[in-house]
Ligand binder design. Structure first.
Ligand code: GUN
Length: 295
């Protein structure tokens, strides 16, 4: 079997066109384009490139973006005061603090300082709590992107056995909640570094989502023929033949899985572009709610 490649880039382009139309309508209605503020502390090259990609996507969708760049030496007080200023700034509809912060021990406090109504990453406890309860909430972008790519590719989830590998707060854990929600209706198995016999759980799955942060986590012998594989990993693997000195690889043995899976997302060009599209969608939604909320 040769797997169908789930082309996140073209599905995201479709979605971005829809979001751009919504942003334009909101701009026309309210006289102002939706606005996103991105806080980037330090010079991590991967974070820099993610932030640039997000800003470019905003511009293409008619969303204003503003970057607040802080030095790696910025302390807790500097970052908290930047976030609080953005909470108060009426021009700002959505706030994103790029993670990891140089001092990761303050991340929780920084996220909790954010106005939940502007938390377009969906990381604030209010949004996570509302998501778990099935109430309207900003939902984290990568899990939302995984569900959207499967939905647009018409992969059935209702009643399906979905195994998620990785229990991170940004991806695996919220994804397990969303997949099991009414309306999505998957039966979810959440695996992690302490899981015994990982292959037993992946072989029983109709869909395997890999968000482990480790190349080669899922190999062809670990799935049943025809299963759908979603690879959330983004790893920089050393590659001397490239000018950059590295290439991007996911968490799966893509070449091996291609011969066994029914469908698979590539890296790059799979989940990544959908994640960015979800950020745009959340930002337009934040703007709509803020501008149409009863006083
Ligand atoms: N770092 C890696 N993924 C993300 C994300 O989705 N949002 C933020 N803010 N930082 C990240």
């Amino acid at each position: 079997m040769t797997a169908r490649i789930l082309d996140g880039k073209s599905l995201a382009a479709e979605l971005r066109a829809e979001i751009a139309a919504e942003a334009a309508a909101l701009h026309a209605e309210t006289g102002r384009a939706p606005g996103l503020a991105v806080v980037l502390a330090g010079e991590d090259p991967a974070s820099r490139s993610y932030v640039t990609a997000k800003e470019k996507a905003c511009a293409a969708a008619g969303i204003r973006s503003r970057e607040i760049t802080l030095p790696a030496s910025a302390g807790r007080a500097d970052i908290l005061s930047a976030v609080r200023a953005l909470n108060e700034d009426d021009e700002v509809d959505g706030i994103l603090v790029q993670l990891p912060l140089p001092d990761s021990s303050i991340e929780r406090e920084v996220i909790e300082a954010m106005d939940p109504a502007k938390d377009v990453d969906g990381f604030h406890p209010v949004n996570i709590g509302r998501m778990v309860l099935g109430l309207p909430a900003f939902v984290p972008c990568t899990p939302a992107g995984v569900i959207e790519i499967l939905r647009r590719a018409e992969i059935p989830l209702s009643g399906a056995a979905v195994t998620v590998i990785g229990r991170s707060q940004i991806v695996g854990r919220p994804l397990s909640v969303l997949l099991s929600q009414k309306g999505v209706d998957a039966t979810v198995t959440l695996c992690h570094t302490r899981t015994n016999d990982l292959a037993r759980h992946t072989r029983g799955a109709d869909v395997v989502v890999v968000a482990a942060g480790r190349p080669g986590t899922l190999t062809a012998d670990m799935i049943r023929p025809g299963a759908v594989v979603v690879d959330v990993g983004v790893n920089r693997v050393p590659d001397a033949s490239r000018a950059s000195g590295y290439r991007l690889a996911g968490d799966t043995d893509f070449d091996g899985l291609r011969d066994v899976a029914g469908a698979i997302t590539p890296v790059p060009g799979g989940v990544g572009p959908m994640t960015i599209a979800m950020l745009l969608r959340n930002t337009v939604e934040a703007a709509r709610r803020r501008r149409t909320a009863p006083a």
